[in-house]
Design a protein around this ligand. Structure first.
Ligand SMILES: *[C@@H]1O[C@H](CO)[C@@H](O)[C@H](O)[C@H]1NC(C)=O
Ligand SMILES: *[C@@H]1O[C@H](CO)[C@@H](O)[C@H](O)[C@H]1NC(C)=O
Length: 182
């Protein structure tokens, strides 16, 4: 099957995603990543569209399990209902601890969760990219915060970082965090 043909088959699937020609960029990641400090609650401030998170008030809580894996508890509000989904994150190569992998089912492979930059206490910039035949790539990016909002200046810097790494953020949108649960 030709690549163009494959692309046509995949298009309906990826139309909600961010699709770009060429292979994934290879951004710099957070040096000396400290998982312990990264654990806890993060709120989604802005993101590239993702079919699996269309709700509002999106947040994630990362905690360590006894077996050393990371428990990921994602939560979003859809039609007024809170929906939680639990997944697992792992550091796949100890030499590159800021490149985590996340999976939400036994049957799906780990997707990249790369921490490009975080100060651990206020903001985090996360990138995930998957190559398809090195012809095109589908990517996600998130600007996360320890609280439901970030100063505009911080968001601007985070976007600048993504742009400087060759990531197309033209579809990036603020997330709705007008919520009052905590
Ligand atoms: C995050 O999860 C951990 C482990 O389950 C829990 O102890 C902690 O209270 C949670 N944090 C928040 C803010 O919900
Ligand atoms: C960035 O993405 C937008 C929307 O998907 C697209 O129209 C534009 O051509 C892309 N820019 C580059 C430089 O690839």
């Amino acid at each position: 099957m030709s690549a163009a043909c494959l692309l046509l088959l995949l298009l309906p699937l990826i139309s909600a995603q961010t699709f770009n020609w060429g292979p994934c960029p290879n951004p710099q990641v957070q040096p000396n990543f400290n998982l312990q400090q990264y654990l806890g609650q993060w709120y989604e401030i802005e993101k590239l569209p993702a079919y699996f998170s269309t709700g509002t008030c999106i947040k994630a809580n990362y905690s360590l399990r006894a077996d050393g894996t990371i428990r990921v508890l994602n939560s979003q509000v859809i039609n007024g209902e809170v929906e939680d989904i639990e997944g697992t994150a792992v550091i796949q190569d100890i030499r590159e601890p800021s490149k985590l992998g996340v999976s939400f089912s036994y049957f799906t492979p780990y997707s990249p969760y790369w921490v490009l930059k975080s100060d651990y206490t206020s903001m985090s910039v996360v990138y995930s990219c998957t190559d398809i035949l090195r012809l095109f790539h589908i990517d996600y990016a998130w600007i996360l915060a320890r609280s439901r909002s970030l100063p505009p200046e911080t968001v601007k810097d985070a976007k600048q970082l993504l742009i400087s790494e060759g990531i197309n953020i033209s579809r990036m949108k603020p997330s709705d965090q007008s919520c009052s649960d905590d």
